[in-house]
Design a protein around this ligand. Sequence first.
Ligand code: GDP
Length: 848
Amino acid sequence: MSDTDGKKPLGLGGGPRGPGQVKQSFSHGRTKAVAVEVKRKRVVVPQKPGAAGGAGGGSQPLGDPSRRPAGISDAEMERRLAALRAAKAREAEEIAQRAADEKARDEERQRKRDELEAREREERELAEAARRKVEEEERLKAEEDAKVKREAEIARRAANAPAKVAAANAATTVAQPGPPPEERSTRTGPSPRKTDREREREDRERAARAKGGDDSRRAGKLTLNAALEGEGGRTRSLAAMKRKQEKARQKAMGFGQKAEKQVRDVQLPETIVVQELANRMAERAADVVKALMKMGMMVNMNQPIDADTAELVIEEFGHRAVRVSDADVEQVIDTVQDKDEDLRPRPPVVTIMGHVDHGKTSLLDAIRKANVVSGEAGGITQHIGAYQVTTPNGSLVSFLDTPGHAAFTSMRARGAQVTDIVILVVAADDSVMPQTIEAINHAKAAKVPMIVAINKCDKPAADAQKVRTELLQHEVVVEAMSGDVQDVEVSALTGKGLDSLLEAIALQAEILELKSNPNRSAMGAVIEAKLDVGRGPVATVLVQNGTLRKGDIFVVGEKWGKVRALINDKGETITEAGPSVPVEVLGLNGTPEAGDVLNVVETEAQAREIADYREQAAKDKRAAAGAATTLEQLMAKAKADADVSELPVIVKADVQGSAEAIVQALEKVGNDEVRVRVLHYGVGAITDSDVGLAEASGAPVIGFNVRANATARNSAQQKGVEIRYYSIIYDLIDDIKKAASGLLKDEVRENFIGYAKILEVFKITGAGNVAGCLVTEGVARRSAGVRLLRDNVVIHEGTLKTLKRFKDEVKEVQSGQECGMAFERYEDIRAGDVIEIFERETVERNLA
Ligand code: GDP
């Protein structure tokens, strides 16, 4: 044993020993084989046998079975080896695969390159062919030229022999086609360009290849582009880029939006808040406000505007307005068209119109009385604004007991076309008068047929024929003049012709074929409404369709209710009212207005909902009307304000008739400088909303036979709104006149009381300039106002500081006397100036 061996440190290092045997080496050279107990150990097999083997990290490669580490069983060894082999095989396989892939890719690349080249070649050839063609043409042209030249030369040659040879040579040179076109073209012309292009294409290809997997696609794309369009492909992509940039630029500048503009259908209710309008159009509210300003509407985005204005705005923005007349809540109202078989004849509804004092009221009374006298049940007549009478032939006629055009038109304005027939009363002794013409126009506008009642025929001065002829001028051709308008001579006083009038009405009604369906939910119009002390709000409703019954739930204008009681024109309580029947309705939640339409609905909730909606809509509309002031209107108002004062008032009365009478009377109050303006009038108690309106416009609230409710009273106190109560119209008008007079600017009159001439000006220390004057006219008064006139031009106006007679301060200096005068804070006085002395008088003015 060598020393080296012996020097080896004690170890279990592996010589070829049997299992369980270890060779021990000692420092003094001795070795010894020792048997050791072999403990079976759990061996952790490396996860990647290939890697373990391949790495060769171990001092004993597993590949060598003879150098197997100690403690590893044969089976284990076998397993490891198998794993190793498998790994190696896989590795080899992978390498081979990779090589094959690489080769395939190379081949592919090569193929593509070839393809590309082939295409390029093809393209080149195509270009060559084209060029060849051009060159061929050029060549032919050149030949032609040469030929011409040659001929010219030949002609010359005859004279000059040596020159002939040279010329012939030259001709040959010119005529020579030269090298083949392909050769030439590759050398010259587009060739260098082509090389550039090729280089570019290669660059691109290289870049594409560098991108890896993408290369085939990119290459293919490029090849295609190149092959099909060559340089064109490149140009196009550049153009596309430019287009893209342009698009982005336009978008940034806002042109893009216009191009993409969508036309929208904008749902348009009767009023709409600007912001909401903008939302519905998908436009910016600021733009909408701007558009409105251009139209002369100064509104902000939180203000409502009316539908007409909104429609203009919508059109301005290029959208479509879709008007929605009523909210969905209104749809529960039964608006189904009646079938013909359900319709039954109904009595006509008649309104009497005509000039004042022609006997409208008398005629109505006469008809009524005649009816009562003729043995009608009851007898005690009730004023409910309308009543029914029975004609001699037994048919019914409903009269509206509201003579006057205002009522007729205001009802019509509120959408209630109540009247079927108009009776035009013309006094036979007065003939056609302005209001007669007005009545004719009203009836025509409403397309309501007329019956002319020539009244006061009992009078000796009566001239019925004159009435008929004068009516012709207004296109009313009565039957007596062979027209189609019935005319009846009557006398309200004597009762003459009243039956004929009723017959005429019945005939007209027959012609009109008035029908309605009594078997449906009732619909009617409010003729009159009032707040009754004991019964609460009461409305006289003329049923127009269907039948109104006790217990029905209804909505009427902005109010609703449940029929608590129905009372007819004779004061009788009834349970139902059919078409054309006027009836007092009790059970309302508030006082509606004349002309409001009543509709029966199914549930209280529906009624309340509709009423609430209408109230809100009306509020919005009012607000819109207030806000929707055009610039011109504002200007006009400002101008008007400069010289006309307005006394705004709000009128609430117990009945519609009183309210209208008061409004008419009030509107007559005033002159050129002051005017009474009725902001709002209505029937019923003074409410909080009345007080609100009053506060906003600085108006007093006038209550005629009505009082403010508790909340209104409180808020009026808080807001300092004046509420005045009246029960006599005359007192009311008188008071308003006085109030309006108070508004008048008091007239200031100037009275000239004297003139004085400055004779001399003295400069006095401490007192300034003092004028020595002679009073030429009237008196000079210390307390009066003075003007300094120089050449009849007022140069100063002020007061006197001193007025002296000799040395004494005096109050007055009479004409013809001399005096000393000094102006308060004014020194520029000269001899020859005139002092005008005047006094102002304030005159309180009253309205005429
Ligand atoms: P209204 O203003 O149209 O309602 O007219 P009225 O009914 O108040 O009548 C005006 C005046 O004419 C009254 O003094 C009536 O007495 C009178 N009057 C009305 N009808 C007749 C009539 O047929 N004959 C005569 N002689 N007077 C009449």
